[in-house]
Ligand binder design. Structure first.
Ligand SMILES: Cc1cc2nc3c(=O)[nH]c(=O)nc-3n(C[C@H](O)[C@H](O)[C@H](O)COP(=O)(O)O)c2cc1C
Length: 187
């Protein structure tokens, strides 16, 4: 098998592309799309987002110390892309996309009603890395849409048709091929 050696770069794909909401001091909300995000700790539950300083949202998140991660779906793909190519400096992306802001429980940034899962986050640390600064944050509240729960309250995110982002393209997900630990389970 022949492999080409490429210059160092970001090829850790696929990734979730999430819509991150934040708000300015007057409470005016904004949405930006983030692919450089990840889960970094289970207990306490922590996540990271990496944001370029030039983003309008950067100062909003830095000043407020808060943001919300809103998971995305096939139905939200177009809005997800839009929020990643237009700036809140020039327009109201909630109005433009028709997405619905909903009051969060703890943070001032709003939840996106149409998103199946919202993670309210409080920034604990900002790491200057280079092109991006990484906001490390604790998840302080989670909201899951009952529309994707069965009669026993079991939540199935796959019913929401989540999407991933891979090297410039959005994809929907395919079929389930195994569950945690299935490789060592007796048949
Ligand atoms: C799929 C996708 C992923 C993106 N990921 C990031 C990211 O991880 N970090 C970042 O700073 N910008 C990212 N962007 C770019 C911002 O979302 C974009 O510059 C946006 O317009 C910034 O909005 P704002 O100026 O309202 O904050 C991404 C854009 C797209 C379309």
């Amino acid at each position: 098998m022949a492999k080409q050696s490429w210059k160092p770069g970001n090829m850790l794909y696929p990734l979730p592309a999430v819509m991150v909401t934040c708000a300015d001091e007057a409470g005016k909300p904004n949405i930006l799309t983030i692919a450089w995000t990840g889960t970094v700790c289970s207990d306490p539950p922590m996540v990271s987002i990496s944001v370029r300083k030039e983003r309008y949202s950067y100062e909003l998140i830095k000043k407020s110390g808060e943001f919300v991660i809103n998971l995305t779906t096939e139905a939200l793909a177009r809005a997800t892309d839009y929020c990643g190519v237009r700036s809140g400096r020039k327009e109201d992306k909630f109005k433009r996309t028709g997405l619905t802001p909903v009051l969060a429980d703890i943070v001032k940034a709003p939840l996106i009603a149409e998103s199946p899962v919202n993670l309210e986050c409080r920034v604990t640390e900002i790491k200057e890395l280079g092109s991006h600064d990484m906001f490390l944050a604790e998840v302080v509240a989670v909201h899951a849409d009952e529309a994707y729960m069965d009669e026993h309250g079991k939540f199935d995110l796959m019913k929401a048709n989540p999407i991933v982002y891979s090297h410039g393209t959005y994809y929907s997900l395919g079929k389930a091929i195994g569950t945690f630990g299935y490789s060592v389970k007796k048949q």
